[in-house]
Design a protein around this ligand. Structure first.
Ligand code: TPP
Ligand code: SF4
Length: 244
């Protein structure tokens, strides 16, 4: 593969259906490069969510299995337990992972399933029009919190990486942001570590802070500064747990 311009093997050059500037595309690029680096294209199953996060895989050649909304960690558990040689990853948005699917997410982590969970946190329900998600920040406006989220009325946003890291079984838990090249390089390294943990038999969880230009009602460029001013302060980056 041409390291600068080439597509990783799991991708095709078909047009995807993300909105312009959506960082789901960046996350998918990182995932496909990592799959190629570890030579896992023939062994991987990516469990696809309901939500915009799932759109990219329809144009990929990597194997994927679609889960009902929020159930990716349960589907991934079933695939891995039935097929030990399969490398199993989920890719999920915040509504999917932390909203409707929070029970599946937490219990798969508590069991220490041999899967990697990739969490794209754009702080909103993107596909359905920008409703408040579990990760919507205090003060953030959404179609269901039009004056901004408040702790009194809506509760505090969930910090998923910190919650997962508080459990005993997970072996690697980290959060990265996909807002610029330096952070994307760190995110790639983080996902590589998560894959190593998976290959060694453990559970790994990687949260990517992403954007939603359409529902944040900003240009893609504006979302980058917004992430630095707000999202990265609300959701600190870092490695929360690593068990060697
Ligand atoms: C059981 C069920 N409930 C609700 C929906 C509607 N639905 C589709 S996508 C979505 C939200 C997805 O948001 P998120 O997981 O944050 O992903 P994003 O689109 O932001 O990437 C919802 C609620 C559904 N498809 N199935
Ligand atoms: S609605 Fe938001 S999350 Fe969905 S593709 Fe568009 S920008 Fe991305």
């Amino acid at each position: 593969m041409n390291q600068v311009y080439g597509l990783p093997k799991g991708c095709t050059n078909k047009t995807h259906s993300y909105c312009p500037g959506c960082m789901h595309g960046v996350a998918m690029n990182i995932l496909m490069h990592t799959i190629e680096k570890f030579e896992l294209l023939d062994k991987i199953v990516i469990v696809n969510p309901v939500g915009c996060g799932g759109l990219g895989l329809y144009e990929a050649t990597a194997n994927y299995a679609s889960a009902a909304h929020g159930r990716a960690a349960a589907v991934a558990t079933g695939i891995k337990r039935c097929s030990k040689d399969t490398f199993v990853v989920t890719y999920q948005g915040d509504g999917d992972l932390a909203g409707i699917g929070i029970a599946e997410t937490i219990y798969a982590a508590a069991r220490g399933e041999n899967i990697t969970v990739i969490f794209a946190n754009n702080t909103t329900y993107g596909m359905t029009g920008g409703q408040m998600a579990p990760t919507t920040m205090l003060g953030q406006r959404s179609t269901t919190s039009q004056h901004g989220r408040t702790a009194e009325r809506h509760g505090q946003p969930l910090k998923m990486a910190e919650m997962i890291a508080s459990l005993d079984a997970p072996r690697y838990v980290a959060r990265f942001a996909l807002c610029d090249a330096a952070n994307v390089i760190k995110a790639r390294k983080g996902l590589e570590k998560a894959f190593e943990v998976n290959l060694a038999g453990g559970y790994s969880f990687v949260e990517f802070l992403t954007n939603c230009p359409t529902n944040w009602k900003m240009s893609p460029v504006q979302t980058v500064q917004h992430m630095k001013d707000y999202n990265m302060k609300e959701f600190p980056l870092g490695v929360f747990k690593v068990v060697e």
